[in-house]
Design a protein around this ligand. Structure first.
Ligand SMILES: [Zn+2]
Length: 397
């Protein structure tokens, strides 16, 4: 019988053990020890990591009641090996996992919500509950009760009750195994069958904070942080709020209102800029039209702009061609080489689409259009000049 020290003392960090079995799997070795405090992955809790002698333990799993420790190389001896788990990692999982029991119990007591999913990883922790109609005020109430349980510093027992005791215990959920049922009892507040590792008093869980909640496939998923994770989350958020409050010269409690004001001003500025740009483009068009010397019956306006975005270029081209007898051949170099080639509606003997298609063998053109308006891009500024000049020649034929 191999001893599972993590059930005897969840706070055990170091131990000495002997190798009982070695399984060679590809590039790694799976070691079975005569005893271990490495918790194998299970029950929603990731496995412990750590060291056997100076060899890193990458993963730990259980199979046929034997705990396998995955390592990349073998220790130089088989007996009296110094083993140590990565305690900060384990304690973090114990805080989150115990926090999950507390939260699940609170949701059950307050709103009869059953926990049907639990995910615990290095980065985030979630539970899925059956209740779908939770709102902000319910989440706050759950969080409040959960933290009251933490501050009450209740004793947590992790034990194997005899069948009689088990029958008497008001278990929150049905055990997933028939025998050797391990129960985690938080004083008289909650009793739940579980094979994971938990802290011994609720106070050690530290602050419990629900970060977000969302409805997903008929359930509600809560993401939460406990203990050190909650502290680290607070550090990040406090820094952010302090920086914002300095930047905006407001109290930390007024940051949201200040940002909302800036956001609204920004939106109305965008609208104003847009309106002014439209007016500017109109006057720009008038100037171009008036300055252009007619070429026969038409005014051919050809120009490449340095810093006009494509939308404005297009508006300018279409504005110009809203007058009769105008051919607008416009390009911009702003972000990339783009163009618009437009004809007034009253010009019917020229077909811009045919002209563009006829030039595709000489210039690589991305885009197209109809008989009166073609638009798109070319590969370079040189190509833009070439295209406009070729179209200029074509429309004069
Ligand atoms: Zn548990």
């Amino acid at each position: 019988m191999y001893k599972k020290l993590f059930y005897e003392n969840v706070y055990l960090k170091n131990f000495s053990a002997n190798i009982m079995e070695v399984k060679n799997e590809g590039n790694s070795f799976h070691l079975v020890l005569d005893k271990t405090c490495f918790y194998p992955e299970g029950g929603g809790q990731p496995s412990d990591m750590g060291f056997i002698e100076n060899i890193p333990v990458k993963y730990v799993y259980i199979e046929d009641n034997k705990v396998y420790h995955v390592v990349n190389s073998l220790p130089s001896k088989e007996d009296k090996l110094n083993c140590a788990i990565d305690w900060p990692r384990r304690f973090d999982f114990m805080q989150q996992h115990t926090g999950q029991h507390i939260l699940s119990a609170c949701i059950d007591k307050l709103y009869s919500g059953k926990t049907v999913g639990f995910h615990l990883s290095k980065d985030y922790t979630t539970i899925d509950i059956t209740t779908q109609n939770l709102k902000d005020e319910h989440i706050k109430r759950i969080e409040q009760l959960a933290n009251e349980i933490v501050f009450a510093n209740l004793i947590i027992k992790q034990f194997y009750p005899d069948s009689h005791t088990l029958k008497e215990l008001p278990l929150r959920k049905v055990p997933s195994v028939d025998e050797n049922i391990r129960v985690v009892s938080i004083d008289s507040f909650d009793h739940s069958p579980c094979g994971g590792t938990h802290v011994s008093r609720t106070g050690e869980v530290g602050l419990i904070k629900i970060k977000t909640y969302e409805k997903t496939r008929g359930k509600t998923r809560l993401e939460f942080v406990c203990g050190n994770r909650a502290y680290n989350d607070y550090l990040i958020k406090n820094d952010q709020i302090n920086n914002l409050s300095t930047l905006l010269s407001v109290k930390d409690s007024q940051v949201y209102e200040a940002v909302e004001r800036i956001h609204n001003v920004n939106n109305s500025n965008k609208k104003e800029i847009n309106k002014l740009q439209c007016e500017l483009i109109f006057y720009e068009g008038e100037k171009l039209y008036n300055e252009c010397t007619p070429n026969g019956n038409y005014k051919i306006i050809r120009k490449i702009f340095e810093d006009k975005d494509f939308q404005n270029l297009r508006t300018l081209g279409l504005n110009l061609c809203s007058k009769n007898n105008v051919i607008a051949l416009l390009g911009t170099k702003k972000d990339k080489a783009q163009f618009i080639l437009a004809l007034s509606k009253n010009i019917s003997h020229i077909n811009m689409k045919d002209i563009v298609n006829g030039l595709r063998s000489r210039v690589t053109i991305n885009g197209g259009g109809n008989n009166h308006v073609c638009q798109g891009g070319v590969n370079s500024i040189d190509d833009l000049g070439l295209l406009l000049s070729l179209v200029y020649d074509e429309v004069q034929k």
